[in-house]
Design a protein around this ligand. Structure first.
Ligand SMILES: C[S@@+](CC[C@H](N)C(=O)[O-])C[C@H]1O[C@@H](n2cnc3c(N)ncnc32)[C@H](O)[C@@H]1O
Length: 239
């Protein structure tokens, strides 16, 4: 499996630098719900022994390291070189040698058709716009072999959504407010982001199901794991 990509878009440079800075703290700063979502992604990926797996936005390896124990190979893609460095260090400590790291933006990744069995992603795709998400899902359908599986865990609500989505945002804001001044500062920062939808662009569970269906997947799971996050999974028809 050979990946082609380039990192010429200056926007990629800007966002990957943000993640390079977060890398040292990422494992510790993870939200408690994040581990539950990662576990749900691994569970929904199903049996992966002898399968080739692709992890989009792999970060420091929460999914990739878990899956590598059983999979034939794992390709871990991320545009933060520092995050990938952490992943490689951890893999070496654990004696894992079947993870290939690919330094690329998800949007520019290109793989041969029918070259992988399982595509997973955890808490990375909300950084893409909705049309970019749909393109990635369509490309994943091309990269996957017949019967292949795509499982996405992410924050899943729509900023412009209905009352359920507004309730999720309100509970998040209340949670932050209880943390005192540090939390209040984050509310100010995040509200601004929500207004201009600059850095984070979560899609609702329903939109994810529609995107998977439009790309030819049969949706096999759509699970809200925590208030603001969930997992959606699809399977391509067998030939
Ligand atoms: C919230 S972290 C999640 C990392 C890991 N999947 C986990 O579960 O811990 C998001 C990761 O996605 C990567 N990322 C975000 N947008 C990306 C993009 N457009 N292309 C490649 N990587 C991206 C970041 O560098 C970061 O490592």
């Amino acid at each position: 499996m050979k990946a082609h990509s380039s990192l010429r878009d200056p926007l990629d440079g800007h966002h990957s630098a943000v993640w390079d800075k977060r890398a040292d703290h990422w494992d510790h700063a993870s939200m408690p719900g994040l581990g539950r979502i990662a576990d749900a992604v691994v569970r929904q990926a199903g049996p992966i022994s002898n399968r080739d797996v692709l992890d989009l936005g792999a970060g420091s390896g929460q999914l990739a390291l878990q899956l590598a124990g059983e999979a034939r190979s794992v390709m871990a893609v991320d545009f933060s070189a520092v995050m990938l460095g952490r992943l490689k260090e951890k893999a070496a400590e654990l004696g894992i040698d079947n993870i290939e790291t690919v330094h690329s933006s998800i949007e520019k990744l290109d793989l041969p058709a029918d070259s992988i069995d399982v595509v997973v992603s955890n808490y990375a795709l909300h950084h893409l716009t909705d049309p970019e998400k749909a393109k990635v899902v369509a490309r994943a359908a091309r990269w996957l072999r017949p019967g292949g599986v795509l499982v996405i865990g992410d924050m899943m609500f729509s900023i412009r959504g209905g009352s359920a989505d507004r309730r999720i945002i309100a509970s998040k804001v209340a949670q932050l407010a209880r943390r005192g001044p540090g939390g209040w500062w984050r509310i100010v920062k995040n509200s601004w982001r929500f207004v201009i939808a600059k850095d984070e662009c979560p899609a609702s569970l329903e939109s994810w199901k529609d995107m998977l269906g439009a790309a030819g997947f049969n949706v096999v799971c759509a699970e809200r794991v925590v208030a603001e996050g969930g997992v959606v999974g699809g399977r391509l028809p067998d030939l």
